[in-house]
Design a protein around this ligand. Structure first.
Ligand SMILES: [Zn+2]
Length: 217
């Protein structure tokens, strides 16, 4: 069913370098149908060695090679290494999920993934901020607490690093940093003594959070 006699299928790789909103399915370099797919698989987490596959669901040209996987690549959880073979039958069955995943990774590939110690610092800062907000106990603090706990739960979860990073960034930009987030919460305190104490500690923790996340915003 699959043909691996035309190297032009490798041109699917070029889409990674383009600015398309959704890179896959890509236009097949051989038959011209928008049915081109690609998948990488890192053999071991944190290692650069892996496999790559490119195939077209329309003309059934395909190729598979071993080599260096792009730095931004994260294996798709549902794809089991045992089922991978040189021919892409298994990948073809999962192509919709794979395309979705490749498009998502492509969107965040310019980010470096957070280091473990940055994750731990972020977790510690969000817990400290939560304590401060709870201690203060005014305004929308229960909403903010829920959001902060969401960050901690995310960091503790088994989601892969890419999913975590995207959640942390989304929450920070939409809920924490924005209007109705911690900045508003602090600004409207009336008791100047509490305000100053709270802001000093809170400001310090927010600075740490900012220091970690600013590279992704
Ligand atoms: Zn084709």
């Amino acid at each position: 069913m699959w043909r691996d006699d035309d190297d032009r299928i490798m041109d699917i790789l070029d889409i990674i370098e383009t600015e398309n909103k959704e890179i896959v399915p890509a236009v097949c370099p051989i038959c011209g149908e928008r049915e081109g797919h690609l998948y990488f698989h890192r053999f071991k987490e944190g290692h650069e060695a892996g496999g790559m596959w490119m195939w077209c669901s329309a003309c059934h040209h395909s190729t598979h090679a071993r080599g260096k996987v792009p730095e931004w690549w994260i294996n798709l959880g549902e794809i089991s290494f045992e089922k991978l073979a040189a021919l892409p039958d298994y990948l073809e069955k999962n192509k919709n999920r794979i395309d979705q995943w490749v498009n998502k990774l492509d969107k965040i590939k310019t980010y470096k993934i957070l280091k473990d110690e940055e994750m731990l610092q972020l977790r510690a800062s969000y817990i400290e901020i939560g304590k401060l907000v709870q201690e203060y106990g005014y305004g929308e603090y229960s909403d903010i607490l829920k959001i902060l706990m969401g960050q901690v739960n995310c960091i503790d979860s088994n989601e892969n690093e890419g999913e975590k990073l995207q959640y942390l960034i989304d929450s920070y930009t939409r809920r924490i940093q924005g209007k109705g987030g911690l900045i508003d919460f602090v600004r409207y305190n009336k008791n100047s003594e509490v305000y100053n104490t709270l802001n000093e500690k809170l400001g310090g923790e927010l600075e740490k959070v900012w220091g970690i996340l600013k590279g992704y915003l």
